[in-house]
Each structure stands twice: as structure tokens, then as C-alpha cells.
Design a protein around this ligand. Sequence first.
Ligand code: ADP
Ligand code: MG
Length: 355
Amino acid sequence: MKRLFGMLFAVMVACLCAACGAPPEPYTKTAVIMDTVVTIEAEDGEREQAVDEGMAYLQKIDALASQNAGSDLELLRLSAGNGQWVAISPEVFEMLEMSQEWAEKTDGAFDVTVGPVVWLWGIGTEYAKVPSEAELAEARSHVGWQKLELDKSATSARLTEAGMRIHLGAIAKGYAIDGLCAIFKKHGVKNGLVSLGGSSMYAFGKSPKRKPWRIGIRHPRSDDAKEYLAVAPLTDAALSSSGDYERYFEQDGVRYHHIFDPVTGRPADTGVLGVTVIATGGHAGTLTDILTTTLFVMGEEKGKAFLKTCGADASALFIMQEGDTFHFCAATSGDAPAMQDVLTDVAESAQWEAE
Ligand code: ADP
Ligand code: MG
């Protein structure tokens, strides 16, 4: 009997040790939301509630930011130019407010009223085409952030000209990341990862290996979305990327992609293939999402100068190409670290540009 108790005690101790040594099983869910594959993973805290609430939240933002019948954006489009104010949900209003703030700062390089141009080109849809000059001029004439008016006291908005429309594709995923951060915090999740199609991500704490999360910087010319040019080891930081490889079509050897210069109404053509931005702190998701599109439109030289004075703490990477070599150009603002000090595992085909 004594021996039996002894053995039982030994087994119990062994089980307990296994439990304290092994990392907890992460709780993960993946779904197609916001037109992309989203993954939410939580390691600790109220993991199940955090992930399930996070998924429901993404569905909500997806519906709110859509152009579907009855949505805020569709009602805004339908009443464009008729002088009527349209009541807007708090979430979409917040996105519009931040968009306008950055439209002003970027002198319109970031502009959610680019909707008519986005719609005309139809990149990523079966209707994608190179529009005629006349069509382009018409669409461009309806773009302009000054023609989107917001009334904060009534949470309402209006577009001052018929033919205008809003597209939130460059901010909604980043905004949703910030919402997921709040949900994780509420449920005490300290370690986890959220990824919205890989283009907007947030790394919470450490990975199950108890190390910073390893986020890949996508190879801009590989068909394999898992081929990386470098790795960003991240802890409590947001990372967004914008590139000409995400949604595009080719015609007569020209690549037409989904990031537009609002001035020309054409896909921004500055020689930049991709931009990645990393930031920490409140609104880091929205900030990085806005900045990648902005810096892509501005290009390397203008983008670097803009970043220095924009008042955010962010690390940016521009990716260019010369022959078979990819050029990495880093830019930093505020207290953020230099990208050269962040990135590891840089591929042989990539080279840092001399400062
Ligand atoms: P992704 O959606 O692949 O993460 P982005 O964050 O760069 O890429 O957003 C691109 C989307 O933003 C486009 O599909 C379009 O809807 C919209 N957009 C394109 N150009 C601009 C611009 N200059 N300002 C604001 N939004 C833009
Ligand atoms: Mg963006």
C-alpha cells in the first residue's frame, strides 16, 4: 500500500512538472473576413473569449466599412452632392476622422475619397481594366478630401459633390487591429498574434517558444506568399505592409496595382515595390496601415522626408529592385528604432542602401 501511494505521488509530481514546463496550447481561429484570411491566436488569459469576441468584432468592422446596400458608405455615396448630412456609426466616423487628419498632413497622398478611382480601375475584381483618359479625368475630378465634411457633434458626414465615394481599404484593417488590441487587453491576453491577411499584424508579448514573434517581410516578386526577404522579431508592436504585389493585373508588360496616387488617378509609380512600417503604442495598427499606403504613394525620397516630420514614432522600410537585387531603404521617425536594428535573416538577394 505504501509503495502504491509512493508511485501515485511520483506520477502526480511528473504530471505537474510537465504542466508547468510546457507552454500552454494556443487558442487559434482562422476565417475569411475583410476580403482576406484573418487569424487570431491567444496564448493566455481568457483565450477563448478573446479570440471569439475578436472574430465577431472583425465581422462587425467588415460590415460597417463595406459598400453594401444600407451601409454608411453607400448612404454617403447616394446622398453625395445633395447637401444632406448622413448619420455615421462611431467606428466608421473614427476612421473618417483619422483619414482626414492624415489627408491634411500628407497633402492628400492619403485620401479615402479616392473611391471613384478605385472603383473605375476595379483592381482585384473581374472587371479590372485600364480606363480611358476621359474616364480617368472624370473619376479624378470627384476625388478630394476637402470635399468630405465631418460633423463630430452629430457623428455625421457628407460628400459635397455628386459622383464622390469613400473607400476605407487603406485604413480598415489597421483600425481593426487596434480594436483587437483592446479586446485582448480586456480579456487579459498578454501573448498572442493577430494577422489580417499578413498585411496588417500585431504581435502581443512572446510566441509559444517564449521568444519575440517572427514576422516575415514578404518577397515582393515571389508567387509563394511565405517566401521572405527578411524577418522582423516583434513584441507588442504592429506591422503593416503595402505593395504592388498584393492586388494587381498585368497588361502589355505593365503592372497595374491597387495603390493610387490621388493626383494622377493611376497606380502610384515611384519605383517602390513595397513598404513596411512598424510602430508601438496606442493606434499603432491604424498608424502603420495609413503610413504604408502614404509612403508607397510618396516614394522613397519624399516618403523619407515626410516620415521625419510627421510626428509619429515609426520605423519604415522601402523595398526597391535593381535587376535581381532588392534594395532596402530604411527611414525612422521619433523614438522608433532603425529598421537595420530590427530586421534579421535578410535574404542574399537583398541589400541595404547606404545612408
Ligand atoms: P492592403 O489592402 O493590401 O493591405 P493598403 O493598406 O495599401 O493595402 O490599402 C490599399 C487600398 O486602399 C486600395 O485597395 C484602395 O481601396 C485604397 N487606396 C488606394 N490608394 C489610396 C490612397 N492614396 N489613399 C487612401 N486609400 C487608398
Ligand atoms: Mg495601408
